[in-house]
Design a binder for this molecule. Sequence first.
Ligand SMILES: [Zn+2]
Ligand SMILES: [Zn+2]
Length: 253
Amino acid sequence: MELRILGCSGGEANGERLTGLLVNGCVAIDAGSITGALTVEEQVKIQHVFISHSHLDHICTLPFFTKNIFGHTHDAVEIHALPETLDVLRRHLFNDELWPDFSVIPSPNDPTIRYTDIEPERAYHVCGLRITPIRVNHLVPCVGFKVEDEKDAFIFTSDTAETDRIWEVANATPNLRLVIAEASFPNEQVRLAAASKHLTPAKLGAELAKLQRDVPVKIYHLTPGDRVPMLPQLQALRDSRVSLLDQDERLIW
Ligand SMILES: [Zn+2]
Ligand SMILES: [Zn+2]
């Protein structure tokens, strides 16, 4: 499996990129950075996009992506998300007001994108991968994902406050190679973290106590201006599994 990090807020590079992963060149997980990180040639190879939730930093390049691939693909690209998330995309984004409705362009029978409902805990088989959404605890309906091929697995928690199920799933995945987890605000902003359903480094520490696996845990979603206070707070966890996810990281198993 090849996992390419297209963007993860809080990365060191100038020009912030937002959340997005690419697996085997064919499946995008979240769409915060597709068009910023990939050439059009690479974008055209994406056949499936799994969206964790409707917040802008996870979907904002979907419109430009649909425009870029228009006319270059044989089949519609499938946009997989919870029904509540797809509803937001339909009503507030691809509504002909903010962006044309590419689910009926060029025609309803031959669209550029197709919406597909997903259900937590059900496995979806695409591009030789098995992708299982796991519900997490965020301000809007949100899922993390377990992504597996026949050999290896990784887990992306997406945005979440305190949660249990995704850690149970991680503990029950024998071939787990990596967890990508969030920490969004420094410890001093615990009230903001609670109100927006995110984690601070201290809260992440409590979450990681639930993870009984010795695998790398790469942290994403730091608010860029808060890197300086957050780095020592992450180090203070004294958890050797923890490091920051790098915007352009490529992981191959
Ligand atoms: Zn969010
Ligand atoms: Zn986010």
